[in-house]
Write a protein that binds this ligand. Structure first.
Ligand SMILES: Nc1ncnc2c1ncn2[C@@H]1O[C@H](COP(=O)(O)OP(=O)(O)O)[C@@H](O)[C@H]1O
Ligand SMILES: [Mg+2]
Length: 274
């Protein structure tokens, strides 16, 4: 059973502004998927829908075989809401929108406190996550006083402390300095190895191959126009130009990069035809 299964899903903001257009998509446990598309194409809307924050205007969106509806995720859902919240974690594009506690420590504890686990286990988890992200020194700080990169780390910690099987990340490298970006990519590579399902919305094509095997591409009219191997999609310059993910300048830049990579692999193959 796929973890997420969408069939002909449409989403309209305010009953009138289209954001998802006839989306059919199936994601299996343990997959790493990049969701690519220009600004405004619908990436964040998709992640919010997968996180059960909004619900399809028409069509059917299922998680773990259950249809996601507002009722399902509140009082009428029985054990499902608790199960779902434990399974799925969304890291928002804007960390500020995710942080609301007086201190970093409270922030990271907040999720686990909602779960049915012992105080000792909560403290253990919180400490593990702080150590993993190297933010122990920030634990007594007020989140609003942190730098952008620090806020991002705390937001990630506040989700990882719930230990969700499925991580949704919205433009995770946006606004981070190069070193923090690199750190984040390394973290995603580590998380990949633990078998988590990871879905990353991004227009940062440079990170795609490292963090995902599969890519789903949105057009500017909010449809999925490609779904396949990340590498093949990244090499499809015509497609990337059409959906406004690259422009001519970037195009040439990518070609140089590609040629470089190609030359590199030829070397290994003792093939000098390049
Ligand atoms: N809260 C909102 N109210 C109205 N329209 C919105 C809202 N959020 C997003 N939209 C619109 O929905 C479309 C998809 O947006 P979004 O999912 O944020 O795209 P992306 O994340 O790919 O940039 C855009 O046309 C955007 O203007
Ligand atoms: Mg977005």
């Amino acid at each position: 059973m796929p973890v997420f299964e969408l069939k002909n899903v449409n989403y309209l903001y305010l009953n009138s502004i289209p954001a998802l257009n006839d989306i059919s998509l199936s994601i299996e446990q343990g997959e790493q998927v990049a969701v690519l598309g220009a600004n405004g194409s619908g990436k964040s809307t998709l992640l919010k829908l997968l996180d059960g924050l909004i619900f399809s205007s028409s069509g059917v969106a299922k998680a773990f075989g259950k249809i996601l509806t507002e009722n399902m995720l509140d009082g009428d859902g029985g054990d499902f809401p608790q199960f779902f919240r434990k399974k799925v974690g969304l890291i928002f594009q804007n960390s500020e929108a995710q942080l609301f506690c007086p201190t970093v420590l409270d922030e990271i504890k907040f999720g686990p406190l909602q779960l049915d686990i012992s105080k000792e286990d909560i403290n253990q988890r919180v400490n593990d996550v702080m150590e993993m992200l190297n933010i122990e020194n920030l634990k007594d700080r007020a989140p609003y006083t942190l730098s952008g990169g620090e806020k991002k780390k705390v937001a990630i910690a506040s989700v990882l402390s719930i230990n969700p099987d499925i991580l949704l990340l919205d433009e995770p490298t946006n606004g981070l300095d190069p070193r923090t970006q690199r750190w984040l990519v390394e973290l995603l590579i580590e998380l990949r190895k633990t078998g988590k399902t990871i879905i990353i919305a991004t227009h940062d094509l440079d990170i795609v191959e490292e963090v995902s095997e599969r890519a789903v591409v949105f057009s500017e009219d909010h449809r999925i126009v490609a779904d396949g191997k990340a590498q093949a999609i990244l090499n499809d310059t015509e497609l990337l130009l059409k959906v406004n993910l690259i422009h001519e300048h970037y195009h040439r830049h990518k070609e140089i990069l590609h040629r470089h990579r190609h030359a590199h692999s030829s070397e290994h193959n003792h093939n000098h035809s390049d």
